[in-house]
Design a protein around this ligand. Structure first.
Ligand code: BG6
Length: 316
């Protein structure tokens, strides 16, 4: 669906409950939405206008509750791996538009992007006493790919390093979880959140889903594929600086226990989260870390004609 010539590629407008959001529109017809609340992507649509991310129908778009769906940013702590609130505080802070970010050393082909920034307030410093600048660029590529780049800098003047864990907590929209498989994580080690974070090795082929899952796969390849057989769609994740990958689906019991999640919605979502969890990142003053995620959604027939996951993973 081609857009008219009057299309605004980057537009600041009001979203749910009057929260500020930015809409990105790429000339081929794909689009994305980013809320300043959480610096959170809440929509990514392909050139047919189909939504590719899951957002719960019960999501609460109101601080301090984080928005249930899209791509929450987990920082400076993943889940309960530390003393802070679950997944840290970046996902429930109001970010700002960064109108003049330092240039990126790598040239991105995308011209449709928004730069956001989060700096700690005095209140934040009380719970996590470290000065930082977190810059997030959300970009739409010419083919509709969604690209997120995070740059986190230690700006402290006290000479102290800090450590953090991180995840792009991506909620993918899937047709039916029982028809989905994830390729690229088989035979890897994982920490099982459902078993006291104990370490196991994944056995067998691709990962499929028939019950609750909450695993942190460690030292994963840079490319992971999610194959949705019913939708005939494959999501390809490419990541850089993010060695781990979390796979989460709450299944029926936990779904019922979450106030901001529909009882049956677990059937239509899957979180595959590019992350740095097992080995926290440490930054000395003045140092910067970068973590990048690139998402593509391709019709499965493009991959090989018949869903050959190896080809999906090996192709560039
Ligand atoms: C996942 C974690 O990333 O996020 C799970 O691995 C957690 O343990 C889930 O339950 C959702 O977390 P929250 O805080 O958004 O309900």
């Amino acid at each position: 669906m081609a857009m008219g010539s009057d299309m605004v590629p980057v537009e600041l407008c009001k979203g749910i409950n009057g929260l500020d959001k930015i809409v990105l529109r790429e000339s081929g017809g794909s689009s994305a939405e980013v809320y300043l609340y959480g610096g959170q992507v809440t929509s990514w649509k392909n050139d047919h206008g189909e939504e590719l991310l899951f957002v719960s129908s019960k999501a609460i778009f109101k601080p301090p509750k984080a928005i249930r769906g899209g791509i929450p940013i987990c920082f400076p702590q993943f889940a309960s791996h530390g003393g802070l609130e679950s997944h840290g505080f970046a996902r429930n802070r109001i970010w700002s538009i960064d109108s003049d970010p330092p240039s990126f050393p790598t040239v991105s082909s995308s011209k449709v992007f928004i730069d956001l920034i989060l700096k700690p307030t005095e209140e934040d410093m009380k719970i996590w006493p470290h000065s930082f600048e977190f810059r997030l660029r959300v970009a739409l590529g010419p083919g509709g790919d969604l690209m997120l780049t995070s740059r986190i800098r230690n700006t402290s003047a006290d000479g102290k390093p800090f450590s953090f864990t991180f995840a792009y907590h991506t909620y993918f929209s899937v047709s039916d979880i029982s028809e989905v498989r994830v390729e690229g994580l088989e035979t890897l080690d994982y920490l099982d959140n459902l078993q006291n974070k104990e370490r196991f090795t994944e056995q067998g082929d691709a990962i499929t889903f028939e019950s609750e899952i909450d695993k942190i796969y460690v030292s994963t390849p840079t490319k992971i594929a999610i194959l949705d057989h019913e939708k005939k769609r494959t999501f390809v994740l490419r990541k850089d600086g993010l060695p781990d990958a979390v796979v989460w689906n709450p299944w029926d019991k936990k779904a019922k226990a979450m106030a901001d999640f529909g009882d049956d919605e677990y059937k239509h979502m899957l979180c595959v989260e590019a992350a740095a969890v097992e080995k926290p990142i440490t930054l000395k003053p003045g140092e910067e870390w970068r973590g990048r995620l690139e998402l593509s959604a391709v019709p499965s027939s493009y991959c090989s004609g018949q869903l050959d996951p190896q080809k999906v993973l090996l192709s560039s």
